[in-house]
Design a binder for this molecule. Structure first.
Ligand code: PEP
Ligand code: MN
Length: 336
């Protein structure tokens, strides 16, 4: 429930409404705005009967928000959120950022070389999986903690902040020690114990959309993290499963403007996993920027044909540098 106060409401009237909500056993969060103050009501598990508050002075209207998510919604937080990842600002009004790097950290030379190459081409963040969620158990599972140490080394060499995946609640602590941005992969979007654990830390989280998740499910997963008190969440569209097999997934680009309508959280796009095909990554990167994405996540590998995972969708250093030239031109056209 959202209580919208009149712009003439006094401080005392606001306090009285907050107290009345608390007396109902619910939490009241005042949300100051440029034109009005609203009070977000949390803690209810169903419809709230507003009989005891609806006639209190200063109230303009009471909205019964029927969505399962509140903290992530624009109704509760009209102003767009900007998330800061070790000095890199991500969100509305900021230049769209590019996070680039290999699917998986495979060794020191590979990750440091890639970090320096993507940095030279203009990337803002370095990506690389240390804990890898692989479909089958007989494939490369990632270097785990050793991979985290190598990412930290690559950060030191290149100056780029790092984004890497965390797969289980037990590993949130160790991944948070190294990562500047913790990624939740598509397969774990509804790992609720993981999301709750990420709500307890104070580091930014990149939440990828599950491959069959609706937007309501996607935003409800983000709601878990914000409910824990961690408000630094960036959403990421990475393609969904459809009947189509010519591409790895179907890139659902309309979610970029849609998420912006529904939520104040930044939204990024991952054209690498969305398409699964190297040649499609540059055009879909540009499409995502035109649609208004706040950032792009791209896989880059020194020798894609030898990559231990996701080689077919990984760009070469040269391919990435060429794409970044176009990204800069496009960003200046888009006034960034
Ligand atoms: C990845 O970023 O390497 C990854 C595994 O992505 P997703 O969870 O979107 O499949
Ligand atoms: Mn990958």
């Amino acid at each position: 429930m959202l209580i919208v106060m009149s712009h003439r409401a006094t401080e005392a009237e606001l306090d009285a409404v907050v107290k009345a909500v608390q007396d109902m056993g619910l939490r009241a969060t005042p949300i100051p705005g440029s034109e009005r103050t609203a009070i977000g009501v949390l803690g209810n598990e169903g419809y709230v009967d507003d009989l005891t508050i609806r006639d209190l002075p200063g109230i303009k209207e009471i909205l019964h928000v029927s969505k399962p998510y509140k903290l992530v919604s624009r109704d509760f937080h009209p102003q767009s959120s900007v998330v800061n990842v070790r000095g890199v600002a991500i969100g509305e009004g900021c230049r769209p950022i590019v996070a680039a790097g290999p699917c998986a950290v495979e060794g020191e030379e590979q990750i440091v070389k890639t970090a320096l190459a993507v940095k030279a081409a203009g990337a803002d963040l370095l990506r690389g999986g240390a804990f890898k969620p692989r479909t089958g158990p007989h494939t490369f599972q990632g270097l785990r903690e050793e991979g985290l140490r190598l990412l930290a080394l690559a950060r030191k060499e290149s100056g780029l902040p790092i984004v890497t995946e965390v797969m289980s609640p037990e590993n949130v602590g160790v991944v948070a020690e190294y990562a500047d941005l913790l990624q939740v992969g598509a397969r774990n979007m509804q790992n609720f114990d993981l999301l709750k654990e990420l709500g307890r830390i104070r580091k930014p989280v990149l939440l990828k959309r599950g491959m069959s998740a609706t937007i309501e499910e996607f935003l409800s997963s983000a709601e878990y993290i914000l409910t824990g008190g961690n408000t630094e969440v960036i959403l990421c569209e990475r393609g969904i499963r459809t009947f189509e097999t010519a591409t790895r997934n179907t890139m659902d680009l309309s979610v970029v403007p849609l998420i912006k309508e529904l939520s104040h959280l930044p939204i990024m796009v991952d054209p690498s996993h969305a398409t699964g095909k190297r040649s499609l990554v540059p055009p879909m990167t540009k499409a995502a920027l035109v649609a208004g994405a706040h950032g792009i996540l791209i896989e880059v590998h020194p020798e894609p044909e030898k990559a231990l995972s996701d080689g077919p969708q990984s760009l070469t250093f040269q391919g990435f540098a060429a794409l970044m030239d176009d990204v800069r031109k496009l960003n200046s056209f888009l006034h960034f």
